[in-house]
Design a protein around this ligand. Structure first.
Ligand code: HEC
Length: 111
């Protein structure tokens, strides 16, 4: 039996990898974690709800080098925000995995 991967399979894998944008977030994982963390109760990608849309946030941070760091802090330290005029603690992402937090942040910033 020949256990080596075929050259064609390797080429196909390489092409798939190349077709992804450089800093692609894992969109499906980001959306799943945002849903699980109830983010979409107050946010949506394109429309303003209680909180700004993710497109709005991406535009606000466009070209700012510390964007990722700021949003990681925002989504892990329960900062106080105004919801309906009242001070509330902003929800954290429901994960302890820093890579998962960064993935959601990159997804938001890529909107
Ligand atoms: C109870 C409603 C509510 C929930 C739930 C919520 N947010 Fe927010 N979020 C807000 C509000 C209100 C603001 C605006 C805060 C401000 O501008 O002071 C905000 C701001 C933000 C911002 C912009 C921060 C910035 O620096 O501009 C991001 C990104 C964000 N939220 C992501 C999330 C994610 C991801 C989740 C899930 C873990 C989440 N939010 C859950 C209400 C909510």
């Amino acid at each position: 039996m020949n256990a080596r991967p075929s050259a064609l399979a390797l080429l196909a894998a390489a092409l798939v990898a190349l077709s992804l944008p450089a800093q692609a977030a894992d969109v499906a994982a980001a959306e799943a974690l945002a849903k699980k963390s109830n983010c979409m109760k107050c946010h949506s990608v394109a429309a303003k709800k209680e909180g700004p849309s993710f497109k709005e946030t991406a535009a606000k941070y466009k070209g700012k080098g510390d964007a990722e760091q700021k949003l990681v802090v925002h989504l892990t330290t329960s900062p106080k925000v105004k919801v309906d005029g009242k001070d509330e603690e902003h929800d954290n992402l429901k994960t302890k995995n820093e890579a998962d937090v960064k993935n959601v942040v990159q997804w938001i910033l890529s909107q």
